[in-house]
Structures are given as C-alpha cells and as structure tokens.
Design a protein around this ligand. Structure first.
Ligand code: SF4
Length: 366
C-alpha cells in the first residue's frame, strides 16, 4: 500500500469517532459540527498510541476533537501571517528566511494547530506554483534559508519535494533548506516505507544542508517506528531539530517535559524551540498554560538537561517577531527578549511587563 493510500484509511468522520468512543447521538452531532469547522484526520498508527482507558490521555488530546473547540475566543492568525505574505504561498517576515506554505495537507490534524484556519481546508494561502516562489527567493539575496512548511511539507508528493529541492539547491545565496513536518511523529511510515523520499533528500542534501524541523510533544510519541524514521533521515545526512508546543494536559508538567527533552537529545533530535501555545480560536482555552506557570515548568525541565538539552529557547510568536521568555522577577514581572525581530529597531530588545498569574499571552501591540 502506498503512503497516500494508507492515509485514505485515516479516521475522519464523527460516525467513526462515535463508534470508537461510544458517543451518544447528541455528542456525535456536536462532533460533526466541530469537524465542519476544523477537520479531523488521524492515522491508525497515531490512534494506536492512545490509551482509551484514560479520558485525559495526552496523545488523545492532540488528535481527537473536544467540545472545547466550539470556543471561538482568540484569533485565527495570531502572528500576523497575512501581513507577511509577499506572494501566494510565501511569507517573508525575517530578512534571512523565506517561508513557503507548500500544502494545506497534514497526515494528522493536530487539535492545537496554530494554522487551524487552513489545514485540511482552504488552499488559498498555499503556493499553487513553485516558480513565482523560486523567482522571489532568487531576487532577494538577503534570504539565506528557505523553510518548506504547510500543512506538512512531507505531505507533498516526492516529485514535488524533488522539484523544490532541485530549484532551491540551485540558488547560490541559499545556505540551507528546512522542512517543517510532523510526519516522523504521526506517520513515520511515510519515511520508512518510501525509500524514494530518503534518496531524494540524500541526493540534494549533498548540495545544500537540509534540516528537518519536527514536532514531538510527549515522550510517548518517541516510539520505535518514529525513531526508525528519524534514523533514516539521519542516515540521509539530514540534521533534525524539534519544536515542542507547551500544551495544557499534554506536557505542562516538568517531569514529562524533562523526559521528552532528554529522550530527544538522546536520539539526536536537537530541541530547538519550546513554544508558548498561541491564543488561536478553538485552541486557546483548551491548551494554553499561564505564562508564569509555563515559564516555571519549562525552567524546571531545562534544569534537568545536559548542555544539548538546554540549547532550546522558550519563545512565543508575535506579529513583530519571535520573543524569548527569559524569566520571572521576584515581584511577578516577567522579562522577555526579541529572539527574531521583524523590524530592525526591535532586534535584541528586552521587555519587562507586569504579568498576571492567569495571563497566557502578551496581547499588547509592540
Ligand atoms: S502537522 Fe503541523 S500544520 Fe499540520 S495540523 Fe499538526 S501542527 Fe498543524
């Protein structure tokens, strides 16, 4: 069975959910209403990681919709992606990085996704043609890396991935190419069962360094299947880094987060960022952890790491940049610092703000 055929078997409907979770008719109706707005798609592999005996199972929370998704407070574009879109399917927020929305498809639709507005739904923001994107990058010599994102960049066919790599590796001023993908976590078979993808990555990786930025959130996701996919990528010469989102009920516990970071480091998946969950509609009230508490959890987990495990930054994405959460002062004020800034005057800037105990985000315009 090809990987695309395997995905056709994903759990996608309220009816399937009702059978799986023994939902009442009313609950099934509520689920169907949620799925109209935010689709569901869960691979059988990821489903097999859930402990269905436990209603609060963290793996379940990341893939099975909850009634809380009806809560529309928050925004669908929390970091100003629209404003940074310079042409169809391409954002240019930081001078050195071109971000390409290469698809709106994912192997699984994470319930905490910050691009809920488009994954599995609208393809308006997605690059329908490669060449305009390539021409833009070619014309902007300040860009030294291209990030293929989505959706999930590894949900593109291998021939589309190869086309991107052929074009991007030929651009002299690009130093590296990054793929944003959760495939190693939710659908490792895309990598382990399709040697062609690894061969393509290996071939073009000899021209420019390729990075895979993946997204493990819980130590239970580091299964032997996921690790086999990681091993395949490493053997192909890919550097692997990980972004974790701090999620209430999933990894908002120093023991869990510390174990995740230790395991990632052990397996050569360098922790890159831990993200504060964004105030996304349908996500915010279910998954956000208050900033002060979040900082303490992350710091406690960080304290238990070796130097490599400590190399990540705890950040949040704001329309004006990526802002690192540096610490909490004894009087409760918090210190932040721009890690990446859209505007030159903000580079490295430090912010000190009063943050209430239950505050989950910096809502102000910066
Ligand atoms: S794989 Fe990434 S883009 Fe796709 S739903 Fe999950 S978090 Fe969103």
């Amino acid at each position: 069975m090809s990987w695309a055929e395997y995905l056709k078997d994903n759990i996608t409907t309220a009816k399937e959910l009702a059978n799986l979770l023994h939902l009442s008719e009313q609950e099934e109706k509520s689920m169907a209403a949620i799925l109209e707005k935010y689709p569901m798609s869960v691979t059988h592999y990821y489903l097999s990681l859930i402990n269905f005996e436990d209603e609060d199972d963290p793996i379940r929370k990341m893939c099975i919709p909850a009634i809380g998704e009806e809560d529309e407070s928050g925004s669908l574009d929390t970091s100003g992606e629209k404003e940074n879109t310079v042409l169809e399917g391409m954002q240019h927020k930081y001078p050195q990085t071109a971000m390409i929305l290469s698809t709106n498809q994912c192997a699984m639709y994470c319930r905490h996704c910050f691009r809920k507005r488009l994954v599995g739904m609208s393809d308006e923001e997605v690059a329908s043609q490669i060449h305009p994107v390539i021409d833009y990058i070619r014309g902007h010599k300040e860009i030294n890396n291209a990030l293929l994102s989505g959706g999930d960049a590894f949900l593109n066919t291998t021939s589309v991935i190869e086309e991107y790599l052929r074009e991007l590796t030929a651009i002299e001023h690009l130093h590296m190419i990054r793929f944003g993908t959760r495939v190693p976590v939710v659908f490792p078979q895309r990598i382990t069962e399709d040697r062609e993808l690894l061969e393509v990555l290996k071939r073009y990786g000899k021209k420019k360094q390729i990075y895979v930025v993946t997204h493990f959130n819980h130590p239970r996701e580091l299964t032997k299947e996921a690790l086999a996919a990681i091993e395949g990528l490493k053997e192909a010469g890919i550097v692997i880094r990980n972004q974790t989102v701090l999620l209430k009920g999933v990894n908002d516990n120093p023991d869990i987060l510390a174990e995740l970071l230790q395991k990632l480091t052990k397996h050569g998946i360098n922790p890159y960022y831990v993200f504060q969950c964004r105030p996304v509609a349908g996500v915010k009230n279910q998954f956000q952890v208050p900033l002060q508490k979040a900082y303490r959890i992350v710091q406690e987990a960080k304290n238990r790491q070796n130097g490599h495990g400590k190399s990540f930054r705890f950040v949040f994405s704001h329309p004006t940049g990526k802002i690192e959460i540096i610490g909490v002062l004894p009087d409760g004020r918090m210190i932040f610092q721009y890690h990446q800034a859209k505007y030159p005057e903000n580079r490295g800037k430090i912010l000190i703000r009063d943050i209430k105990e239950d505050q989950t985000w910096l809502e102000e315009d910066l």
